[in-house]
Design a protein around this ligand. Structure first.
Ligand code: FAD
Ligand code: SF4
Ligand code: SF4
Ligand code: SF4
Length: 499
């Protein structure tokens, strides 16, 4: 469930300290930029005047809280996030954690990283071996003479070659200055008011993984895995609905959950993808009628900038969103920073897919030609399974090549992605770990666990624990761990593309 950042309660803070912090907050560059651009924002038509003030108030409140947290950390030695949470009791622990991470990005707090190594016994190819494992410890300390950092518009992310084209920045930009397609990102420099909101919410601008890990570890009802993240339960599951079996990728679990949500009117609409007029090129779609749902079934391996249509779905009260891990992180980041804006509040459920990589549409066509000597419109299905890239043809034929052979066609930015299993979703679904015709499911939040069990109780899905089947959770954790290990670090200063 997307967490909405509440308007902060400043109970217990002295009026003098609160006034001082609010005064400082109103001087913050993001708050000023949004305030000064009121006319342009209203003219852009994305927000009503009422929403504009809600956004501004939320931004001032969040910034005021950060100033108060900063004040409390002054003159302290470097502290772990857990120690900071114990120290600052005035605000909820998860607020304090997100505040410290944002203060780091704003240039007020320094992150000290300590790396320790330890030897552990691991089974490698059936043999027990002693291997060295690195552990990272992060502590935070206020910088004595800080200089506030201004956030660049997200063109810096695109030029560094790490943009995943999720489209989130385009939905968020209050003056509609950003145009994102599956391959391009353009910013209208004249319209841009340099508020840096797009940078704050972008999944590739700065990492929230440390904050996420610390916040999730506070919740003792959740299980934690360094490889697949926080979770309530893991399952293997398959749909019981014949029509969904016709269109599904794996277990048809995603479409079954979506059908339940729409049928029971738990959500008014779903944002998913369908084939565009070019078959296998995904295009985002808002579905508010079950009869249109089945055209979203099945995996399109090309990327889709699905989040850019979220503001078009703004008038629906409750939404479910389906997407790949980078999109789940984008939505989560948008609720954490800078403050939680009104149009995020209608995303009630995030259904995340597993994702090792996606492909530019043009390279997918090339891949099918180079490796199989086929045209893309001859395909009825594409799949990645057991280390193979598999295609099914209208002729009924099935062809496969080693996954290694097609990896050079994948999007470059996917090499900078550490998340296989949609850490930030309510429910994550993929195939790794399950038998053919089944999906592996990770429920990650209490709302996600309840929804999954409700769908099972309603008879739309049959399921058992992922720990009871082969290859099961062990394989899933191993592959998720490999993706994290292979992930390249992001360096935004390294501009790979021409401006
Ligand atoms: C680019 C990509 C790479 C993937 N890589 C892996 C992998 O390496 N390992 C693994 O186990 N699983 C991977 N998956 C997930 C897997 O292919 C299935 O989507 C998942 O198992 C759900 O199957 P299902 O039968 O329950 O879904 P279905 O009931 O068939 O529903 C599929 C859902 O996926 C959505 N969807 C399809 N294509 C896209 C897209 N391009 N972008 C956003 N949403 C989309 C549709 O809107 C639909 O709601 C990947 C998915 C994608 C989109
Ligand atoms: S928000 Fe998404 S589309 Fe925008 S720059 Fe970041 S990764 Fe790219
Ligand atoms: S492009 Fe980014 S920095 Fe510029 S106005 Fe839009 S959100 Fe603000
Ligand atoms: S590998 Fe990561 S960046 Fe690439 S599409 Fe999948 S989730 Fe997004």
């Amino acid at each position: 469930m997307v967490q909405v950042v509440n308007s902060n309660s400043f109970k217990g803070i002295s009026p003098k300290n609160l006034m001082e912090a609010t005064y400082q907050a109103s001087g913050n560059f993001q708050v000023r930029a949004v305030f000064e651009a009121k006319d342009e924002i209203l003219k852009a038509g994305k927000f009503s005047e009422n929403e504009f003030y809600q956004i501004l108030d939320a931004m001032v409140d969040a910034e005021t809280e950060r100033k108060l947290v900063l004040e409390r950390l002054k003159d302290k030695d470097p502290l772990f996030l857990e120690e900071i949470v114990k120290e600052i009791k005035e605000f909820p622990a998860d607020n304090v954690i997100r505040d410290v991470i944002y203060l780091r990005e704003q240039g007020y707090v320094q992150e000290h990283v300590e790396i320790k190594t330890k030897m552990v016994i691991k089974k490698i190819k059936g043999e027990e071996k002693e291997v060295e494992v690195k552990e990272y410890f992060y502590r935070y300390q206020v910088i004595e003479s800080p200089i506030e950092q201004f956030f660049e518009p997200v063109s810096i992310v695109f030029k560094a070659g790490v943009c995943c084209q999720c489209g989130w920045c385009s939905a968020i930009c209050p003056v509609n200055a950003i145009e994102v397609t599956a391959d391009t990102l353009e910013i209208d420099k004249d319209a841009c008011m340099k508020c840096g909101l797009c940078f704050s919410v972008c999944p590739k601008s700065f990492s929230i993984d440390q904050a996420y890990k610390s916040i999730k570890k506070l919740d003792k009802s959740l299980n934690w895995s360094d490889k697949i993240g926080a979770y309530v339960n893991t399952y293997t599951a398959s749909t019981t609905i014949d029509e969904i079996k016709e269109v599904r990728q794996d277990g048809g679990v995603v479409t079954s959950i979506l059908e339940y949500l729409l049928e029971k009117k738990i959500v008014d609409a779903i944002v998913a993808v369908q084939h565009s007029k070019d078959i296998w090129r995904p295009e985002p779609i808002i579905v508010d009628d079950v009869k249109d749902l089945y055209k979203t079934g099945g995996t399109k391996y090309a990327n889709s900038p699905s989040l850019k249509i979220i503001d078009e779905a703004k008038n629906y009260e409750n939404l479910a969103f389906v997407g790949v891990p980078c999109m789940m992180k984008a939505i989560e980041k948008g609720t954490l920073f800078p403050s939680g804006l009104p149009f995020f509040n209608n995303i009630k459920y995030k259904i995340g897919l597993f994702c090792m990589e996606s492909f530019p549409y043009s390279d997918l066509i090339k891949l099918v030609k180079d490796k199989f000597d086929k045209k893309i419109d001859e395909l009825t299905k594409m799949n990645i399974d057991k280390g193979k890239f598999i295609i099914n043809l209208t002729s009924g034929e099935e062809l496969k090549v080693d996954l290694k052979e097609v990896q050079s066609y994948a999007r470059d930015n996917c090499h900078f992605c550490e998340d296989l299993t949609s850490d930030y979703a309510d429910i994550s679904v993929g195939s790794i770990g399950s038998q053919a015709g089944f999906s592996s499911v990770i429920t990650r939040t209490k709302e996600g666990e309840k929804l999954f069990n409700d769908v099972v109780r309603a008879g739309l899905i049959e399921t058992k624990s992922l720990k009871e089947v082969k290859p099961g959770q062990g394989l899933l954790e191993r592959i998720a761990g490999i993706k994290r290990k292979k992930c390249k670090p992001i360096d935004l200063k390294q501009n790979k593309m021409e401006s």
